[in-house]
Design a protein around this ligand. Sequence first.
Ligand code: AMP
Ligand code: MG
Length: 322
Amino acid sequence: MVKIGNDVSVAVAHLRAGELVAIPTETVYGLAANALDEAAVVRIFMAKNRPQFNPLIIHVANTDQLENLGLFLPDKAKALAAHFCPGPISFVIPTSEMIPGIVTAGTPAVAVRIPNHPLTLSLLQQLDFPLAAPSANPSGYVSATTAMHVAEQLGDKLGYILDGGECRVGVESTIISFMEAEPRLLRFGGVSLEAIEAIIGKIALPEEGYVDNPISPGMLAKHYATKHKMLWGNPQEILSANSDTASEKIASITFKESLDLIPATNQFILSPSGSLEEAASRLFGAMRMADSMNIELIIAESFPEEGLGRAINDRLKRASTI
Ligand code: AMP
Ligand code: MG
């Protein structure tokens, strides 16, 4: 059995030895290794069965650590960092010769982030290298928001799971690229588009058709997927189109309200009080629970396209069979 605990010094020792450690962040659990040690980074790709063309986000404790790596934030990224870091936002910026090509998938860009979790910040402060850390789940599956989720799927591939409790935000970081003349959003996430635009003004959105030729394979059309078939949209319409599936064989994920036709035990109502933040924090846990049930179909509601609703819809859409 993999060791699970909240001892930062144990995590430090494993990481210094080139091993993998699962780390808690405010977004989802990360599968971390020394970003400057190619052999350690290769272990991340193997453990997740992640294609090597999918680059990794580098985690640091503060912006000084970035500069020590030869990485510099452009002015607008600095303005965002002043407001949101540490926090659920990643910046794609020009890489430096210190960063191994395997981290950036050979591209001239690297994604960096300062996670907001006390255990992981303390861990990063004690290390003299940054951590490369994608989400701690098998490639293509739903991300992990508890140490238990990580242990269930990746336990035998890790040195240690640093248990920092349940992830507060629950969806991945917002990714913004600074590789073009104007900043471009690459992935909706824990910091809303509205909050970003309030600081730096309008930014470009992911290009139409982008998923077919991704710069950023987190953008691949099929991702975050459950094993059971999942449909996303208007629940009533999906139910009528699937009236031949017995209601006990359906689980539902909705925002505020329950669905009349589905048994109560099969329903995941993410925020009865109507908070998109609460809904986001419960999303992946609900998807995993629904996936573990003896059902045939998961129905997920389309959320309001505002605030964290955009990140929720993005994950549900890519988990679903459209
Ligand atoms: P994950 O940590 O599993 O959510 O995946 C990290 C995601 O960050 C990748 O799938 C990409 O979408 C994005 N990313 C990381 N590095 C880069 C990069 N150099 N250029 C563009 N996107 C990146
Ligand atoms: Mg991921």
